[in-house]
Design a protein. Structure first.
Length: 439
């Protein structure tokens, strides 16, 4: 009951997202690729050369807000339409009013939210007025305009792609909410910066979700003896209903979890590996990041013991790219389980590291002449390619020709193990080495 008195003032009774709706481009968060200095949409707005356009992007990135800002900036009358409540009759009434305004020198910016929900007849009703310039149509959609908007109308609109807000954008927005008089600036609130980052990650690019979550956390937080509202981890976890979202993708916990995943797979423990993988997903980790680490693991820790592991890991990466979350979690589980149960060999990893060390510490050796290419007569005269033996021409499909520099003669990098399929590779390599060393 005591907390509710903080919000009795009507000036803060509206939802936080509504109170903080930007009114100028300077207050607007994100979309720097369109609104940054010198960018095309910013130039059109600054020069007052706005024409009909479509904003295509995910929810909560500010499509409606941007349309309102443009209307104010270009001194146009703003009319908002909904596909649910607006029929052909309502559209024509607004269009007639817009035509009258045009004759009086007043432009009308008509904002059609979720324009993909307007049927063909409704979309066609806009067309003649867009062509005459009676209205500046700004449509907002979360769907691909190529498939959802009539081609005739789409051809008369410039499409701008709005991107999901970054974690940095959302964190900045949350800090602004805490400091602004329109937000919580008049209140004493204690909240850790990592909790703000957790809200930003949880919001997945949606400013409205971020502000609503912050508001819920503040409303449900306790107050200490000094009157400070304290948003702690427990309150935030309840508001997001996902405790592990406090995991920081750029912090220590991120590296701890990926280390736990790697080491569990290396130790052939599929249950632990699946657990740590799911912990990362639950924390908001990009599934493609996990998939990339699995591709690396397939060569570093499985290698030639199961050559198919790399193929499977790459296939899982592609599946994650095609489907995304939440459906791709089962593909990651597939790869994590396979890699956990696969025979293990780090022979490829050690071969690569040993070779890199030699290259770093030893002089850069010239390529032996016998394996140099000789495309010109001069190079042949200089003995380029002299002594080269084409292995396919021999009975054994092998030759005793040296391919390493003289200073590295006999150097071994790849030392296969006897794990899984690599045992066959080891037997063949030993046979080859014995044959080559036989005089």
């Amino acid at each position: 009951m005591e907390q509710m008195t903080l919000f009795d003032d009507r000036s803060v009774s509206a939802p936080l997202a509504s109170r903080l709706r930007p009114e100028t481009l300077e207050e607007y968060a994100g979309q720097k690729h369109l609104l940054g200095k010198g960018k095309i949409l910013r130039q059109l707005i600054d020069k007052d050369q706005i024409s009909s356009m479509i904003f295509w992007g995910p929810p909560g990135v500010g499509k409606t807000t941007l349309a309102r800002i443009i209307a104010n900036r270009t001194r146009a009358s703003f009319v908002e339409f909904s596909a649910v409540t607006s029929g052909i009759k309502e559209i024509k009434e607004v269009m007639n009013q817009a035509e009258q305004n045009r004759r009086m020198g007043i432009r009308t910016l008509l904002f059609a939210d979720e324009i993909h929900r307007f049927n063909k007849a409704q979309q066609d009703a806009f067309l003649p007025y867009v062509e005459k310039g009676s209205i500046i149509l700004v449509g907002a959609t979360t769907e691909n305009p190529s498939f959802e908007i009539n081609s005739a109308l789409l051809s008369r609109c410039k499409v701008f792609v709005l991107k999901a807000l970054t974690e940095a954008d959302l964190t900045e927005l949350l800090v602004h909410a805490l400091n602004s008089p329109k937000g919580f600036g008049m209140m004493d609130i204690s909240i850790d910066s990592r909790h703000l980052s957790a809200i930003a990650r949880f919001s997945n690019g949606d400013a409205r979700t971020a502000l609503n979550t912050l508001e819920m956390a503040v409303l449900n937080a306790g107050m200490d003896k000094t009157g400070t509202i304290c948003v702690n981890e427990e309150v935030l976890s309840q508001c997001m209903n996902r405790r592990s979202l406090l995991y920081d993708k750029n912090g220590e916990e991120h590296y701890n979890l990926i280390s736990a995943l790697h080491k569990s797979m290396r130790n052939s423990d599929p249950d632990a590996a699946i657990y740590w993988m799911c912990r990362m997903l639950d924390g908001g980790e990009d599934p493609l990041y996990i998939a990339r680490r699995l591709v690396r693991f397939a060569s570093e820790d499985v290698g030639m013991a199961d050559p198919y592991a790399l193929t499977l890991a790459v296939s899982v990466y592609q599946a994650c790219h095609f489907l995304g979350m939440p459906e791709c979690d089962v593909h990651l589980t597939h790869a994590v389980t396979y890699l956990s149960m696969a025979p293990k060999s780090n022979a490829l990893y050690t071969a690569c590291e040993d070779c890199k060390k030699d290259i770093k510490e030893r002089p850069a050796e010239p390529v032996p002449l016998q394996i140099c290419n000789a495309p010109t007569g001069l190079m042949k005269e200089l003995n380029y390619g002299k002594g080269y033996i084409y292995a396919h021409d021999t009975k054994e499909k092998l030759s005793k020709m040296k391919c390493l520099p003289d200073s590295l003669e006999g150097r071994r990098y790849y030392r296969p193990t006897e794990e899984g399929e690599e045992k066959k590779v080891k037997e063949r390599l030993e046979h080859i080495l014995i044959w080559k060393n036989t005089k």
